[in-house]
Design a binder for this molecule. Structure first.
Ligand code: ADP
Length: 246
């Protein structure tokens, strides 16, 4: 570990029955970078995210965040430590409005109590600020189910940002999103990174990965098989083999 290490894992392992979804993964991400995690379907990327964010307890190995051991800690403790995340299948409340969703992301059990209180007013302003930032503030009164899928992803991101995370893990932010909104998501990630936030992004859109990330880690069968700057990784024979079977 050095002074700029963000999330680091050593020997991280998680099996489901006979399937070793993550297999002795030792990975280090640096503070202040946009990191991408890529790999074929089923290579363990989501399970890796779930182990890091406390959704799943690893069978063995360690997870640290800025030098602090967070292995097996509950999701709310990991979030409180400064790591926010989005999900592959966007997690929002479809029948709540856009504004209520962002408030609910920060206070899952207390939206009703929040509305009408002084603290609530400040929280609502903060929620509106993030909605403006992601570009959907004009939709604050619309039910989330009436947004396009890309807008729902932006809404989820606004909810993640309500917790003011220093590190943000995004699981397929561009999946199922139209090209115009992919551009907006990419711009947002770059801006939020320029403000000091570290990103770790699972993404299948290679064009986006190559243009967005500083550092790429490639998973295959639960293990990191290559890592480095996008251009280096793209030319790595082990990566071509994992993807194309050549
Ligand atoms: P990726 O995100 O790279 O597509 P996953 O982490 O979703 O990969 O899956 C890795 C492997 O673990 C796959 O073989 C998958 O079928 C298996 N797996 C993931 N989650 C579960 C689960 N909850 N129960 C059983 N098998 C799982």
């Amino acid at each position: 570990m050095n002074s700029t290490t963000n999330i680091a894992t050593t020997g991280l392992t998680k099996s489901f029955g006979g399937v070793r979804a993550v297999d002795h993964a030792t990975v280090e991400f640096q503070d202040g970078k946009i990191n991408a995690v890529i790999g074929p379907n089923g290579s363990g990327k989501t399970t890796f995210f779930n182990c890091v964010t406390g959704m799943i307890r690893p069978d063995s190995g360690t997870v640290s965040y800025r030098g602090r051991d967070v292995t097996g800690k509950a999701p709310h403790r990991i979030a409180a430590a400064g790591i926010g995340r989005s999900f592959q299948l966007c997690r929002i409340f479809p029948r709540m409005t856009v504004l209520e969703n962002v408030l609910a992301a920060a206070r899952p059990r207390g939206v009703a109590a929040l509305l009408g209180s002084a603290r609530g007013t400040a929280e609502i302003e903060r929620a509106r600020g993030w909605l403006r930032r992601v570009g959907i503030d004009h939709l604050e009164g619309v039910e989330a189910r009436d947004l396009s899928y890309g807008q729902q992803k932006l809404l989820e991101l606004a909810g993640v940002l309500m917790a003011e995370p220093e590190t943000i893990m995004l699981d397929e932010p561009a999946g199922g999103v139209n090209p115009a909104l992919i551009d907006r998501i990419a711009t947002l990630v770059r801006e939020l990174n320029a403000e000091g936030r570290t990103f770790i992004v699972v993404e299948h859109n290679m064009e986006l990965v190559m243009s967005l990330s500083d550092h790429v880690v490639v998973f295959d069968r639960g293990r990191p098989i290559a890592e480095g700057p996008p251009d280096t990784v793209r030319a790595d024979p082990a990566v071509l083999e994992a993807y194309l079977g050549v």
